[in-house]
Design a protein around this ligand. Structure first.
Ligand SMILES: [Fe+2]
Length: 242
């Protein structure tokens, strides 16, 4: 099966994105003592943002109107998954963020560039899409930027993680400075995301918890991954495109 066929509708939804207009601006990597599936779970829901990222992006995806950061839409594509995040219309930029937006563009919510290949459900309030390509690739795509994760399992409880960040080509030094803001803000967010993973793994390995209820509305993608992995492990293979 070729890549286009494997991606199916998810690939068609992102086909119009202007990938060629983006520059590679940063790469981060880490070896983390966590199972690869538990690692990807950290990027399959939005409710952790209010707590884990409360210091770095306190009101970008949360507000009294949406305290849990519930996504605006979700799409199941067979083995793959995509969800669109909510952006707080009342978001107040930090001083460094405001400066970045003055000179160019940055990752945090701000001016929306018109482009295809994102926001496939046409949500009115929208920040970016989180696209999970089964089994181990993730691409977050927003208006003018993309960041990707590769998850490479080393053992049942250790994963090599690689992040690459891409942003619209900078046309002047101001836009280069704005790109730096994207780089350091995402670096800080990932420090926060990765900080919880090894303790999650230790908790699972303790065996104290034998069952876990997974929410349909808040953790749809976590549920989906459990099901998809079971399909592949049981020999049923790709559940197919939807
Ligand atoms: Fe996070």
């Amino acid at each position: 099966m070729g890549l286009v066929e494997f991606l199916g509708q998810m690939g068609r939804d992102m086909q119009a994105f202007p990938f060629d207009d983006l520059s590679h601006i940063a790469r981060y990597q880490a070896r983390v003592k966590v199972n690869w599936k538990a690692f990807t779970d950290a990027f399959r829901e939005g409710y952790h943002v209010a707590m884990v990222h409360g210091g770095s992006i306190p009101d970008s995806m949360n507000s009294p109107a949406n305290p849990q950061g519930v996504p605006v839409s979700s799409r199941l594509y067979g083995s793959h998954y995509s969800m669109s995040t909510w952006a707080n219309p009342e978001h107040k930029p930090t001083p460094s963020e405001a400066l970045a937006w003055k000179m160019g563009m940055t990752f945090s919510p701000g001016e929306q560039l018109e482009m295809g290949g994102v926001n496939p459900s046409g949500d009115e309030i929208w920040w970016f899409d989180m696209n999970m390509v089964f089994p181990n690739f993730y691409a977050a795509m927003g208006p003018g930027w993309v960041f990707t994760y590769h998850f490479w399992p080393r053992s049942v409880d250790e994963t090599d993680w690689i992040m690459n960040i891409y942003q619209m080509d900078a046309k002047d030094y101001g836009e280069l400075i704005a790109q730096e803001h994207t780089k350091v803000l995402l670096r800080d967010l990932l420090y926060e995301d990765l900080s919880t993973l090894e303790s999650t793994q230790r908790g699972m390995a303790s065996g104290v918890l034998t069952e876990l209820n997974i929410s349909n509305s808040m953790e749809l993608s976590v549920r989906q991954q459990q099901w998809v992995v079971q399909q592949w492990v049981n020999g049923d293979g790709d559940p197919g495109q939807v």
